[in-house]
Design a protein around this ligand. Sequence first.
Ligand SMILES: [Zn+2]
Length: 187
Amino acid sequence: MARSSTRKGKVSIDPKLYQSSMVQGSYFNRMLDCGPVNRMAEIALAYLPPRVLDEHKERLAFVCMAHRDGTRLAQRLRATREIIVLSEHALPDYNSHEGRRDFRYFIYIVLHETAHAIRKHRSPVYDSLEAEEIEDQEKEADELALQWFNAHIAARANPHLPPLTREEIAQAQARTQKIMLDRIGGA
Ligand SMILES: [Zn+2]
């Protein structure tokens, strides 16, 4: 069961929800397959509203490729979870932190892809979506990610963690676009 109710009818959050991925069998341990980046992914997932994470804690999986040459996604995994694959070039530096732009963009990506997953967005390719439908889905994922990010930041009221803006996201995307073009040679 994803969550339980108290006598007053309020939803209570599973106390083990945020247990470290280093603990065998914890929710994060089963959810995260990002090697040395697992800890950063945990921080990113903590930006989700607790109820959203609690509801989907056994339905999401994050896979990173920076620490391996290849991987096979097992049938059991594919059948039970939405799988989000994170690009190596979008991972933060190993010693980065939440106040830095690379880390903030990484968090944004995790939230954006999670939004696609939990809203059950359709595949542009396999569902043959029209351009307008793709755009609507992207807009919804963007808005949810920004909303989650900034609600989390507001609740912490840490002066070193300013709200995320669309401008900051666009600048980060320009940086990753350049990395991608450099790597694949451009068209
Ligand atoms: Zn998207």
